[in-house]
Design a protein around this ligand. Structure first.
Ligand SMILES: Nc1nc2c(ncn2[C@@H]2O[C@@H]3COP(=O)(O)O[C@H]4[C@@H](O)[C@H](n5cnc6c(=O)[nH]c(N)nc65)O[C@@H]4COP(=O)(O)O[C@H]3[C@H]2O)c(=O)[nH]1
Length: 811
């Protein structure tokens, strides 16, 4: 201890030292390490009470209790630091932890300079202070630095990473040791380096301020991530403290948004964004251009704003169902502009999802008026013959196929007429192609004139035309149309002052008779057309001989029927009818026959339908009525019991407005008491227009004429009408009787009809009774009967004899 002039006495000086050592924070002590490794405390200030919570006196120069307080894991470190300082005789500095009596762990920091004494002892005059607070602050700072919310870095003024936290590895793939000591700018995207360096320079120069900017850092795998930086400088530490957050996703989202916004505004398609209630929340410029509505006018409205009124609610329901189920809908729809004009648009509705939850809808549409018009034009060109404007082969085929499908359901017939102009080549060659073309146009027009709107005339090419007749009766009908067309072509065509006459050859095929395939029907009609050519041209031929026969028969009957009445070719047969219990004749049915001089006997099934079609039924019907009434009257006058004479009346005959008057006139004129007359009408006679039929029936009934419904059960009688009809009798159709009594279904039907008759107080009669078993059945059912079992239809003389023979009036 050196003397100092400041102190007047050594005692005074000592006291001052003690006061000083006791007064400063921490403890001052002298520690001695003996050469044998033992140690000793030669002095310790009173600060030891604060640090180790122990009185100096208790230690008695023995540092042992102090060693015991050191946390076990820190003991070796402290011992090593002392040994090191002793070996190298260098300044000692160390920090360690103790746990004194209070149990509160403290961080201590010691410093001291070693001195060697002559006896080999090494002595340290040391200062030990409590650095618990500093250590805690440091630890807090370290854990703050190492937290993984932000990427933290300390960079020195040479631009090298001094320290980075663990998030750098997560975000950029580098371990700490791969970054620390490296120059940071090497990791920055080349395009961002200049900006980054200038920011770094600025923050170093302006230690007060901070810097915020974004740049791209290279990931270890070579790609870049966007980082957003905030940094400050500590000039004292020579460090830049920088904190970054990864904004890559946000940047991408931003970019996408920017792109979307650009697309939204610059697209030529109208875009409308609506919320889940379908209220419009945004529209683009194209929306306004297409619809005429401004953004302000559209926002807040629903897309009903554009409703054209052309679609019914079910159409929109289907759209929204698809959007709900599939997330989108795409299709064509009609919309209305602000100015009221309606236009077609191609529209896509998609659901906007946010984390899989729908949050709204985006509707994108384009005006396709022009496209549609082009399409229609192209469609027309693709399906029509440019010369005549008629449908071409393509359209014809598709109509034919469609028609076949429809007819398969309805059970109706179709005819295909293949038409070829006879010797057209000669006309073309002699008069030139322009004239030929002109003629084809005229032919097309004439074809169209002759056909119904529902028929299709098409040009297949050259001079070949084809006609599709839908919903026809059969061969007869097709033959009639062919006749009409042939007649129409008899008239010449006036072309540039020249009259040109042409004839045509036609081939006819029929669905379903010839084929149910479109291509085959066309080929069949073509083949038939060649047949017509072979038959001498200017005629038509059917594909099948059966159709030809039917058509020929039709044409024959057509003409022959007109003369049948006047030429006395018709006659009547009578078939008796019986009440089976007690077995008594109740009347007879008059059945027409046609005795043709060449064709022989023709049954009514073959000619009555034709007579109905060509109108001769009226004449024939009158003749039947007159003949039957006169015959009935004659039998009555002869004293014969005839019951009622039943006469068949065709539907078209019944519908004739003069029918009632004619019947009554004939009955009066014949003198037959009307109660001896029965009229048989089919269900179709009154079921179609009951309101017109009922008064006529009443009028007949008033005159005591009986009304029977013929073929009952084969039509679609409405039972409620049946109740209202003034009728007397139901005639059970032969088709139900035929298989009786074996067929259970027929039995049930027949019983039902008889039951119905009883309920409605109508008589019933079965026709076509042929067997004994059937007789027994109807006898038991109390139903009248008529049929071969009793008698075939008889000629007048035979019937006369039958009436006169005593056993016939009773069975
Ligand atoms: N297999 C079989 N057949 C039997 C039997 N009993 C009767 N028939 C036949 O069944 C038909 C009954 O006449 P319909 O149902 O009124 O059916 C008649 C009727 O609808 C119509 N018809 C007949 N004559 C006339 C008429 O003068 N005017 C009108 N508009 N139609 C008539 O022609 C249809 C056919 O008459 P027809 O050929 O005379 O045929 C008659 C008759 O000959 C039998 O036991 N077995």
């Amino acid at each position: 201890m050196s003397s100092d002039p400041l102190f007047s006495t050594p005692g005074e000086e000592n006291a001052l030292y003690l006061e000083l050592t006791d007064g400063i924070p921490g403890a001052i002590f002298q520690y001695i390490l003996h050469p044998d490794g033992t140690d000793q405390l030669s002095y310790i200030s009173r600060g030891c009470v604060d640090l180790w919570e122990i009185e100096a006196a208790e230690l008695k120069r023995d540092p042992g209790p102090l060693w015991e307080m050191i946390l076990p894991e820190d003991v070796e470190g402290l011992a090593r630091s002392i040994r090191g300082s002793a070996e190298t005789m260098t300044f000692w500095r160390h920090e360690w932890r103790i746990k004194p009596a209070s149990g509160v762990v403290k961080w201590l920091s010691g410093t001291g300079t070693p001195k060697q004494r002559e006896n080999g002892d090494i002595c340290w005059n040391s200062v030990i202070i409590d650095v618990t607070r500093e250590r805690q602050t440091q630890e807090a700072l370290d854990s703050f630095f190492d937290q993984r919310m932000t990427m933290n870095a300390m960079v020195d003024f040479e631009g090298k990473f001094v320290r980075v936290n663990g998030l750098w590895e997560t975000k950029l793939g580098y371990r700490r040791d791969e970054l620390e000591g490296e120059v940071f700018i090497e990791f920055v995207h080349p395009e961002d380096r200049e900006k980054t360096l200038s920011e770094a320079g600025r923050v170093i120069e302006n230690s007060e301020g901070s810097s915020e900017f974004e740049n791209r850092y290279r990931h270890k795998d070579g790609f870049y991530r966007w980082l957003s930086w905030s940094s400050v400088t500590s000039p004292e530490a020579g460090l830049i403290y920088a904190v970054a957050i990864d904004v890559t996703e946000a940047r991408i989202a931003d970019d996408k948004l920017r792109q979307a916004a650009t697309v939204f505004q610059s697209t030529v398609e109208g875009v409308m964004i609506s919320d889940l209630d379908n209220r419009i929340i945004e529209v683009n410029d194209a929306f306004s251009q297409i619809t005429g509505y401004t953004e302000e006018e559209a926002i807040g409205k629903t897309p009903d704003l554009l409703d054209s009124g052309k679609h019914d609610p079910s159409f929109f329901n289907a759209i929204w169902q698809s959007v709900r189920e599939n997330g989108h809908w795409r299709g064509e729809i009609w919309s209305r502009r602000k100015d009221g004009s309606v236009f077609p648009e191609l529209l896509t509705i998609s659901t906007i999802l946010n984390k899989d939850e729908p949050v709204g809808y985006v509707t994108v549409f384009s005006d396709i008026s022009t496209l549609k018009a082009h399409q229609e034009k192209l469609d027309y060109l693709a399906h029509h013959d440019p010369l005549t404007g008629l449908p071409n082969r393509l359209l014809f085929n598709s109509r034919l196929q469609q028609s076949i499908r429809l007819s398969e359901r309805t059970g109706r017939s179709i005819a295909v007429l293949f038409i070829d102009i006879d010797r057209f080549k000669n006309i073309n060659d002699s008069m030139g192609h322009p004239t030929g073309d002109e003629l084809l146009k005229h032919v097309a027009a004439r074809l169209r004139e002759q056909l119904r709107a529902s028929d299709t005339a098409a040009r297949l090419g050259g001079d070949e035309f084809v006609v599709l007749l839908e919903d026809i009766e059969g061969a007869e009908h097709a033959g009639q149309v062919a006749d009409t067309l042939m007649k129409a072509f008899k008239e010449t065509f006036a072309m540039d002052g020249v009259e040109i006459g042409v004839t045509v050859s036609m081939g006819i095929s029929l669905f379903p008779q010839d084929s149910n395939d479109a291509a085959e029907l066309l080929a069949d009609a073509d083949a038939a057309m060649y047949q017509a050519k072979e038959n001498g041209r200017n005629t038509y031929a059917f594909y099948s001989s059966e159709s030809t026969a039917r058509a020929l028969e039709y044409v024959f009957f057509e003409n022959a029927l007109r003369r049948a009445v006047s030429d006395n070719q018709l006659f009547l047969e009578y078939q008796p009818q019986f009440d089976l219990e007690p077995g008594k004749l109740t009347g007879m049915e008059a059945l027409i026959r046609w005795q043709h001089p060449d064709k022989g006997l023709i049954t009514p099934d073959r000619f009555i339908p034709i007579a109905e079609q060509n109108g001769t039924i009226r004449n024939i019907g009158q003749w039947v009525l007159q003949t039957a009434c006169h015959q009935g009257k004659a039998w009555l006058d002869a004293g014969l019991d005839i019951g009622r004479i039943s006469i068949n009346v065709a539907a078209s005959q019944f519908h004739d407005e003069n029918f009632l008057a004619e019947v009554l006139a004939i009955v009066d004129e014949s003198g037959l008491p009307p109660e001896h007359l029965e009229l048989e009408l089919t269900e179709s006679s009154f079921m179609h227009q009951p309101e017109r039929a009922i008064p006529k029936l009443h009028a007949l009934r008033e005159r005591n004429i009986t009304i029977a419904i013929d073929d009952f059960g084969t039509g679609f009688s409405s039972l409620s009408y049946l109740k209202r009809l003034p009728i007397d009798k139901l005639k059970i159709d032969r088709s139900f009787v035929m298989d009786l009594p074996d067929d259970e279904e027929d039995k049930a039907i027949v019983r039902a009809i008889i039951g119905l008759g009883k309920t409605l107080k109508l008589k019933t009669i079965a026709e076509g009774v042929e067997t004994e078993a059937q007789v027994a059945f109807f006898k038991q059912a109390k139903c009248d009967a008529q049929g071969f079992y009793f008698s075939r239809p008889l000629g007048t003389d035979a019937m006369d004899a039958f009436l006169r023979s005593p056993q016939t009036t009773t069975l």
